[in-house]
Design a protein. Structure first.
Length: 251
């Protein structure tokens, strides 16, 4: 294992720094992990809305990813916002050439402002083409519903069933995130073809933008350091919990 592991981040921008690449780099820096970067989409957005998106050409994303992968040893790849089917396919083309690097996918579909970051065609491409390259996918409840084409999960057991459908679609592990559920505990379940492992922390009355970006990048960093997926998820969740604990209490 390299002394200073490096991950490749493939993601979109948020000029406010609330989500996307800025969060990813801040997180990697906290975990002392170096970063290579492929920008998928330059966005104009803030906490209230997504105003415009400028998706990169597929070839441009391929070129960025290859430049990063050829420059240095990359120990994990985090994929966040993709944005268009063309981008999904460009990413898949590169991932197929580097099958030994674990891929952690945060399947970004909407910003918490409500703005759409992946339309139905892009969601279909993620499901049909990208999931098969993923070691771990980290959907929230809305993303689980969109990717499985089912309604929003009625309860956590239903969310786990939807996560199993994504495992069948090709992702080796799926972390079904319960952050948007209700109850005293916020439970995420790590689902594979033959196991379910729950990670629970007390639910906090706080919100923060970019928690999905932060969690998936923290997991990628810990995996790049050689941790098991269970250790990586546990550490990443504890980190997000600490960040949420420092937020002002929502009223
Ligand atoms: N914008 C970009 C570019 C993202 O990658 C993400 C990641 O989930 C989001 C927005 C969504 O973040 P939030 O739910 O905090 O709006």
């Amino acid at each position: 294992m390299a002394l200073s592991p490096k991950i490749l981040i493939v993601a979109g921008t948020d000029p406010t720094g609330g989500a996307g690449i800025v969060r990813d780099i801040e997180t990697a820096s906290h975990f002392s992990v170096k970063v290579g970067l492929a920008v998928t989409s330059v966005n104009i957005q803030n906490d209230l809305h997504v105003e415009a998106k400028l998706p990169m050409y597929g070839d441009f994303i391929r070129g960025q990813m290859l430049a990063a992968l050829e420059a240095d040893s990359i120990s994990a790849i985090k994929v966040g916002m993709t944005g268009t089917p063309e981008i999904v396919h460009a990413i898949c083309g590169v991932l197929a050439e580097f099958p030994d690097i674990p891929v952690i996918l945060d399947p970004v579909i909407r910003a918490s402002s409500g703005g759409v970051l992946a339309d139905d065609m892009t969601v279909a491409a993620i499901k049909q083409d990208l999931l098969q390259y993923c070691y771990l996918t980290t959907p929230n409840l809305q993303e689980l519903a969109a990717l499985t084409d089912h309604g929003l999960a009625k309860d956590h057991a239903h969310a786990i069933m939807q996560a199993k459908a994504l495992v069948e679609a090709g992702s080796k592990f799926v972390l079904a995130k319960g952050g948007h559920e209700t109850g005293k505990l916020a439970t995420d379940s790590l689902v594979s073809s033959d196991s379910i492992r729950d990670f629970s922390i007390p639910r906090l009355n706080a919100t923060m933008r970019g928690t999905g970006c932060t969690l998936s990048t923290a997991i990628a960093c810990e995996m790049a350091k050689g941790k098991t997926i269970e250790q990586a998820v546990g550490t990443a969740k504890a980190y997000v919990f600490e960040l949420l604990r420092m937020q002002p209490v929502a009223v």
